[in-house]
Ligand binder design. Sequence first.
Ligand code: SF4
Length: 375
Amino acid sequence: MKNDQAGLYIHIPFCLSKCGYCSFYSIKSVNLIPEYIAALKKEMKHYRNVFSSFDTIYIGGGTPSLLTPKQFVEIFTSIYKYFNIDTDSEITLETNPGDISFNYLNKMKNLGINRLNIGIQSFDDKILQLLGRRHSAKDAIAAIEAAREAGFNNMGIDLIYGVHGVSIKSWENTLQKAVSFAPEHISCYQLSLGENTPLYKKYSSEGWHLPDENTELKLFSTTADELENAGYIHYEVSNFARLDKFKSRHNQKYWRHTPYLGLGPAAHSFLNNKRWWNKAAVNTYLKEIAAGKMPVEDTETLSLEQLQLEALFLGLRTKAGIDLKRYKTRYGADLLKDKKTIIDELIKNKLVELKGGFLRPTRAGMAVADSLALI
Ligand code: SF4
């Protein structure tokens, strides 16, 4: 990665309908969007002296593609007014396939958005219905075609695996279908179900289960095999890129403790070992900003020990692993010395390896990355 410059995240917490598996915070009241944009602008103004420049911008949600091109012009005008944005910044927009046409995307491209992420999830209408997505497989393909036509040459798609009724074979077919469009980036997330989601209730009433550990591992290795054979780099547990330059620069900031500013309800920020996050409610957010207050829910200053643990947790989810020299400089500790016994054991079990000054997970280690960090 180029440097440790900060990233900007803007949260758009609106969704026309709620997907059955979603535990993220979002609301349906799209009539609040103009007021929301006005509040975002005030929040930007507040942080103009805290963060001066960014080299990535990520507009996520929620469903950012519910905003009109004119509303994006407003947002970008403020971003450029209050912050310095590097000329070669990565600027990502998350989209729902049901919302985007060639015309819309063309306008987004002209605004400087140079990376598009499309929440496709599946190419099978039955699965999309079960997941409660409001788009069809046909919409997904049309969205990919429109993105290419509009000139997006850095396009990512999101897929979900481990859904009831999807065999390993049909998941393989989904991956092959995805690869046939040659997206620059593919994220594959395993379905997880929060207890309050409608899909959780459906699973309980139908007596369905999420995949057991064995099936999970098979799905994970099928995903990695299919995409690696197609030439993708498996650079993080859930993320694949066609070339190094297509790895998400913005997301890598989260994994490396690089500073970032998050605007909007529930958005998190990180600077000088301090993390703070906003209240997760649009109404409170609007009210507090209108009253001239920042809607921060809480702040924590991370101890060296917490930072080390996070660096371990996040680093072992990435193919690059942990740069031991950087770890020592940044966190003041010798990881190999401090955790010698356990690291030796993990190496013996072929879950991690030491190469060129990095401690990195093997494929088997990546499959159980979250438990590796508990060392
Ligand atoms: S579009 Fe995304 S944020 Fe909105 S309900 Fe669906 S999964 Fe949740």
